[in-house]
Design a protein around this ligand. Sequence first.
Ligand SMILES: [Zn+2]
Length: 172
Amino acid sequence: MAIEMPQGLPFSVDTWTPSSKSSKRHHFLTHAHKDHSSNITSHSSFPIYSTLLTKTLLLQHYPHLHPSLFLQIEVGHSLIIHDPHGNFTVTAFDANHCPGAVMFLFEGQFGNILHTGDCRLNLECLLNLPDKYVGRKGKKATCPLDCVFLDCTFGTFSRSMPTKQSSIQQVH
Ligand SMILES: [Zn+2]
């Protein structure tokens, strides 16, 4: 689900509104599900950071988007984003969601911000984050995140969700 980033942040994630287009200088896509990419075709002149797999899946939905719009970032990789108001770093982490899905960790003068997109945020997933943000074995995090954008589309879903393992067994 699209979340407008607060004013002052130079980036948007999964948000393709006119406001995002006009006020954000850098655009990120966590994964290719349609509720995260609707209206993305309005962004035909901006680079979009995503994984190669997300780009590949998205271009099947929107074949008129030009492949050159996308800049690649993969799980475990960091990029320095050059911005007139201060460079920042973005790192992609496995979101444990669908193929190609990532969470983005932004680190800059604005603070340290994790945007999860859709995720299955289990312990293994959390432990992939840098040590300084995650307490381990009784030790507290030395540098807590300033902000977490956590997608809670099904946060109020009243039925129990099957485990990932159970879902895989049902598919088999
Ligand atoms: Zn999704």
